[in-house]
Design a protein around this ligand. Structure first.
Ligand code: ACO
Length: 399
């Protein structure tokens, strides 16, 4: 990396780089990606090892604090999070204000922004204790808010968190449990969801993380910055792709389209149709997360009995893409979102919740990046430049 900034400052020049294809806006020690080789590491640990051996809680600690915790540190972290799951009762009332058919992503981002109005004692980004407190609050409360957004959309009562459960178990019970009945936890689902959250936990300067940093660079508090990240994640070119993939697969199924015919539409760019869940700005090789998720999809769908026809369509699309010149020449491979929707669906989540699950997974990454930014002595407010293409100067007419 060559720092061109001093030269540009001296000469008054600017770089023009739409989409920041070649611009490093920060230094970071959190996540390493080699897009050509298909490598992803959190704090130096390969994603494959973390997915197999770690837990979402431990990976969150690793991302945020830099190293794997000792057993005592992990237990203390776990206990702190369990103690902070409750929401202020009036904040729960907030959910009554949204229309029933609301998408849970804007409900979640609004609720996360609203946290800042209830927890005003942890908003100062320059006070380390407050930053730590909002870290714990967000990790503990966001899955609760996400589950409530789901309950709201299906018109069911909101349950209180049960702090004898860990973060993922609590989220499952709050999402699917009923007030009058004990919840029958399925350890296979909990384990698979935990692994999926690990795979989503960070991905360096993606659109939502860059947004969290940009908003945070104005010294906005962590709740405001993360809420902005949730909105950035909601788009179908980013986190919203997991929902878009399932819609695409269902449409192919419902229209009785042959995968080969759908691929022709994609290749001819008919109506701007893309093969959702394919392609990535950084990976020009198989996304290592997609590799892990593909095998989980087979495992979970055979255990839980998901929609095999949709999985068959997905596999047929992938097989065709991997041997097709259009995709090969553009280095388009399945990304993290290609198979996740099928797993979430088999777990019982409605499509609208898929991107919310992504947001729960990405939260520790957003927090780690926000905190790293605050510690960076070179940190400046994010303020891109532009190349002006409008009218030069015009005189207002005398009328
Ligand atoms: N299907 C068909 N063609 C594609 C696809 C796709 N999924 N993705 C890219 N292309 C084509 C483009 O049409 C373009 O072709 P051209 O050279 O003939 O014009 C070429 O590949 C390059 O594509 P760009 O859009 O320039 O690549 P960029 O890096 O800007 O976009 C992105 C990356 C947004 C992920 C893109 O691949 C895409 O839209 N994929 C589908 C949506 C998706 O799955 N998003 C999730 C991304 S991962 C994540 O956020 C978790």
């Amino acid at each position: 990396g060559f720092n061109i900034a001093p030269l540009l400052k001296a000469t008054g020049g600017v770089t023009y780089d739409p989409g920041f294809m070649n611009t490093a806006a920060t230094k970071s020690a959190i996540t390493y990606i080699d897009g050509d080789a298909g490598i992803l590491r959190y704090r130096g640990y390969p994603i494959e090892q973390l997915a197999q051996k770690s837990s979402f809680l431990e990976t969150s600690y690793l991302l945020i604090y830099g190293n794997l915790p000792s057993a005592t540190e992990l237990d203390a972290f776990d206990q702190k999070i369990r103690r902070h799951t409750l929401l202020h009762e009036e904040l729960k009332g907030f959910f009554g204000g949204f229309p029933r058919e609301a998408h849970p992503m804007p409900v979640l981002s609004s609720a996360v922004t609203a946290l800042s109005t209830w927890y005003q004692d942890s908003l100062d980004p320059f006070d380390e204790e407050q930053v730590e407190l909002s870290t714990i609050r967000l990790l503990a409360k966001m899955p609760v808010l996400a589950a409530y957004a789901h309950k709201k959309s299906i018109g069911q009562a909101l349950l209180y968190p049960d702090n004898s459960m860990n973060l993922v178990e609590n989220f499952m019970r709050l999402s699917f449990g009923l007030a009058a009945e004990p919840y029958d936890m399925d350890p296979v689902i909990v384990k698979a969801l935990d692994q999926l959250l690990i795979l989503h936990a960070d991905h360096e300067q993606n659109c939502s993380t860059a947004t969290v940093r940009l908003v945070g660079s104005s010294n906005a508090n962590m709740f405001a910055s993360v809420s902005a990240g949730i909105n950035a994640l909601s788009g179908p070119a980013h986190g919203g792709a997991n929902e878009a993939v399932l819609k695409m697969l269902r449409q192919i199924q419902n229209d009785g389209l042959k995968p080969a015919d759908f691929m022709e539409k994609v290749k001819n760019k008919e109506d701007g149709v893309r093969l959702m869940g394919f392609g990535h700005r950084v990976y020009k090789n198989y996304d290592p997360r997609a590799k892990i998720i593909k095998s989980t999809a087979h495992e979970i769908l055979s255990k839980l009995g998901g929609n095999d026809e949709l999985l068959d369509i997905a596999m047929s699309l992938e097989e065709r893409a991997l041997s097709d010149d259009y995709f090969i020449s553009r280095k388009l491979y399945p990304n993290v979102d290609f198979y996740t929707g099928l797993i979430y669906k088999a777990m019982g989540f409605p499509e609208k919740m898929f991107t919310v699950l992504f947001a729960i997974g990405r939260l520790p990454g957003w927090i780690a990046q926000y905190r790293e930014m605050l510690q960076d002595p070179e940190m400046k407010i994010g303020r891109p430049r532009q190349l002006y293409t409008g009218e030069r100067e015009r005189n207002y007419p005398n009328r």
